[in-house]
Design a protein around this ligand. Structure first.
Ligand code: FAD
Ligand code: SF4
Length: 397
């Protein structure tokens, strides 16, 4: 798609210049001129009083041969040689899709010396593992990983690509999709096969979580999506499995990567490792003030769990964003989730409803959180939490 100014029609009024959110319109010789900053968003088109700006619709891409695209791929995100749990969750789900489509499941490992992880990937159901290794790929970088993944897709033509909706996955997925000319459904919470078309049915919350939208990608390949951690269970590893290892040459050079990792500062300790934690103690606005969050931390500490927070708490600056649970925070699925002084807004529930057991403490007996709770305590968190901490300490001793 491209935005164009018809110089003959343009009367040089300059009305469009201020309308561009990217500052991509300038006046040159009394005519509007579009610079390279244009993203073809089209915001200026309606503004022009003489209709001198037009946005050309992309011609429907020549029909691609969808049959040439085969197999289901999972990006196996890893840090320091450890795969993220979401990668294993997606291998389990990818296996089901591949079986339903009568195709193979492949894991994609990018990094430095990551080949030992291939055994784990085979054990979780992969038939093929693609590895691309090099010192330039030791740490995730947008430039490096995008170039490698794009090249892999263009070479091997997978039908489906699944990526975890982690910070890095959310960065990588859309870039790769754009480069290979396909679409991407972000932040999926369910996957399936559409009975009519045989396409992957990508389901994700829409309109603030009020409806679930199911999206298909009929015309482009691969079908791509990012999937939230913890929405699927990890498969049990089967170490008797093995498969085909494809080692692909790394073409990325250090100078291709425009960012340089100077130092990694760990701001997140065990307390905010929410996705991996079996117990989460979360606090909401009902905690009253930042200082009272000490009670949440103490209970989490006694139980060996992580500390979660509602968005109201994050917005108030009581806890940093990595602790936020919900639609715009993390999706968690612990064995036990304590919701303390949290009302249970739909956007919060979107992030914790797959918890095995929910224990809610709220002074309002009609708070919606009680509908999602297995155990509910109606009362003041500032009285109940100290009592719980005391009791759990006794049990621990
Ligand atoms: P409140 O809704 O104010 O609830 C506080 C609760 O504490 C009340 O139920 C009250 O009865 C109880 N309470 C008060 N005092 C006490 C006490 N002393 N003892 C016991 N109980 C007490 N929210 C998220 O959490 N995560 C998200 O990711 C998220 N994403 C959003 C995305 C969008 C697009 C939008 C529009 C909103 C989003 N929200 C999100 C915000 C969400 O709608 C709610 O506003 C938020 O979850 C409310 O947080 P809360 O439950 O802590 O506060
Ligand atoms: Fe600016 Fe969008 Fe118009 Fe391009 S299409 S000139 S980015 S307003």
């Amino acid at each position: 798609m491209a935005v164009k100014v018809n110089a003959e029609e343009c009367v040089g009024c300059g009305a469009c210049v201020a309308s561009c959110p990217f500052g991509a319109l300038v006046m040159q010789a009394d005519k509007a001129h579009i610079t390279e900053a244009c993203t073809a968003c089209g915001a200026c088109v309606e503004i022009c009083p003489v209709s001198a700006i037009t946005r050309e619709q992309e011609e429907k891409t020549a029909q691609i041969d969808v049959a040439a695209y085969k197999d289901v791929w999972v990006f196996v995100e890893q840090t320091e040689g450890q795969a993220k749990n979401v990668a294993y969750e997606l291998l389990g789900e990818g296996r089901k899709l591949a079986d339903a489509m009568g195709q193979k499941l492949a894991g994609v490992l990018i990094g430095d010396s990551v080949q030992p992880l291939a055994r784990e990937v085979f054990a979780r159901g992969a038939d093929i593992v693609y590895t691309v290794e090099g010192p330039e790929l030791k740490n995730y970088s947008t430039d490096g990983y995008t170039a490698v993944f794009t090249d892999l897709i263009q070479t091997y033509q997978p039908a489906v690509v699944l990526i975890g909706a982690t910070n890095d996955g959310r960065d990588l997925g859309p870039r790769v999709a754009c480069r290979v000319g396909t679409g991407l459904t972000a932040d999926c919470t369910n996957l399936g096969i559409d009975a009519q078309t045989g396409l992957v049915a990508w389901t994700r919350p829409a309109f603030g979580g009020n409806i679930m939208a199911t999206i298909l990608c009929p015309d482009h390949r691969p079908q791509m999506g990012t999937v939230r951690p913890k929405v699927f269970k990890q498969p049990e590893p089967d170490y008797s499995r093995s498969g085909q290892l494809v080692q692909v040459e790394n073409k990325v050079k250090a100078q291709d990567i425009r960012t340089r990792l100077i130092e990694a500062v760990r701001v997140c300790t065990v307390a905010c490792n929410l996705e991996e934690s079996e117990i989460i103690v979360s606090g909401g606005r009902g905690m009253g003030k930042a200082e009272n969050f000490g009670l949440i931390e103490e209970l989490a500490n006694v139980l060996g769990g992580a500390v979660g927070a509602s968005r109201a708490v994050v917005d108030a600056g009581w806890k940093p964003q990595p602790h936020q649970v919900g639609q715009t925070g993390k999706t968690v699925g612990p064995k036990i989730y304590f919701a303390c002084g949290i009302s249970g807004a739909i956007q919060h529930m979107a992030g914790m409803s797959s918890s095995d057991i929910v224990i809610a403490i709220n002074k309002d007996a009609d708070a919606p959180i009680f509908k999602a709770a297995d155990y509910g305590i109606v009362g003041d968190v500032l009285e109940i939490l100290p009592a719980l901490i005391e009791e759990f300490k006794k049990i621990k001793q």
